[in-house]
Design a protein around this ligand. Structure first.
Ligand SMILES: C[S@@+](CC[C@H](N)C(=O)[O-])C[C@H]1O[C@@H](n2cnc3c(N)ncnc32)[C@H](O)[C@@H]1O
Length: 240
C-alpha cells in the first residue's frame, strides 16, 4: 500500500492557512485499508496549485457542490446517490474517513463524487475557480469551544469570504452545528461578508428533508445538544 499517511497534507502549508483540524490518527479498519489500496487513484485528486477543470473531472456541466470535513462520509455518499444530476467534491484530511468514503463510492457505483485529502482552506484558494461552485456543505465543523482556539474555527469571516468568492451568484453555504456558541458566531461572522445573505429571521433555517443524520450529529444528540441549521446565499447576478 502506498504510504498515504506520509503523503500529507501539511507540507505545503506555509503556516498562513487556518488550521481548523487536528489530524486524527488511529488504526484503519480492513475495509478502509482495502478501499484506500484499491480505489484511491480512481476517486482521489491530489492537491496541486492548478485550478481544477470540473467539466473534465466529472465529464459533464452539472452543478458542483463541495462538502468540507465529511468525516466518515456516509451522508456524503447518500446525498450524492440521491442527486445524480449534481456533482460532489468531498474535502477531508482524515485518512480513515477517506477510506470509508472510497468504499461507499465503489459499492454504490457513484460517478458524481470525488475526494481531495488536504486542508480545505488551501484547496479552495489554489484549486477552485472563482464563481464556479453551486453550494458548500459543512456539517458539524469542529467547534473549537475555548476562546484561545476560536482562531481555528473554519467558519470565520476570512474563510467565509473565500467561500463566497468561489460561489456562483445565488449559490449557497449550508452548515449545521450542535454547538450553540459556534452557531451564533457563524451568524455574526457571515454578517461581515457583504455578499452573503441570511434570509432566516432568527438566523436559523428549517432542516431539509434530504440531509441524512451524520456521525457527529448523533454524538451531539446523545448529549442533548440542539441542532442549528444555517443557510447563507450569495447575492448578486452573474457578470457573465
Ligand atoms: C467534527 S468532524 C464532523 C464530520 C462529519 N461532517 C460529521 O458530521 O460526522 C469535522 C471534520 O472536519 C474535518 N476538517 C476540519 N477542518 C478541515 C479542513 N480545513 N480541511 C479538511 N477537513 C477538515 C476534520 O478532519 C473532521 O473529520
Amino acid at each position: 500500500m502506498k504510504d498515504l499517511d506520509k503523503r500529507v497534507i501539511l507540507e505545503e502549508n506555509d503556516g498562513k492557512s487556518i488550521r481548523s483540524f487536528v489530524l486524527r490518527g488511529g488504526r484503519l479498519t480492513h475495509l478502509q485499508e482495502r478501499a484506500l489500496q484499491n480505489y484511491y487513484d480512481d476517486y482521489v485528486i491530489e492537491f496541486s496549485r492548478n485550478i481544477l477543470d470540473f467539466e473534465k473531472l466529472f465529464g459533464n456541466n452539472n452543478p458542483v457542490i463541495i462538502e468540507i470535513g465529511f468525516g466518515m462520509g456516509e451522508s456524503t455518499a447518500e446525498i450524492a446517490a440521491k442527486f445524480p444530476d449534481n456533482n460532489y467534491l468531498g474535502i477531508e484530511v482524515f485518512l480513515a474517513g477517506v477510506g470509508r468514503l472510497l468504499h461507499d463510492i465503489h459499492e454504490r457505483c457513484l460517478k458524481n463524487l470525488c475526494i481531495i485529502r488536504f486542508n480545505a482552506v488551501d484547496v479552495l484558494q489554489e484549486m477552485i475557480s472563482d464563481q464556479s461552485v453551486a453550494g458548500f456543505h459543512i456539517f458539524f465543523p469542529d467547534p473549537w469551544p475555548k476562546k484561545k482556539h476560536h482562531k481555528r474555527r473554519l467558519l470565520q469571516e476570512e474563510f467565509l469570504k473565500v467561500l463566497s468568492r468561489k460561489l456562483k451568484p445565488e449559490g449557497y453555504i449550508y452548515c449545521v452545528t450542535d454547538w450553540t456558541p459556534y452557531a451564533e458566531w457563524i451568524i455574526d461572522e457571515a454578517r461581515k461578508v457583504a455578499e452573503l445573505v441570511n434570509n432566516s429571521e432568527n438566523g436559523y433555517c428549517e432542516p431539509v428533508s434530504w440531509r441524512p443524520e451524520t456521525k457527529f450529529e448523533l454524538k451531539g444528540l446523545i448529549k442533548k445538544h440542539e441542532i442549528h441549521e444555517i443557510r447563507l446565499k450569495k447575492s448578486g447576478t452573474s457578470p457573465l
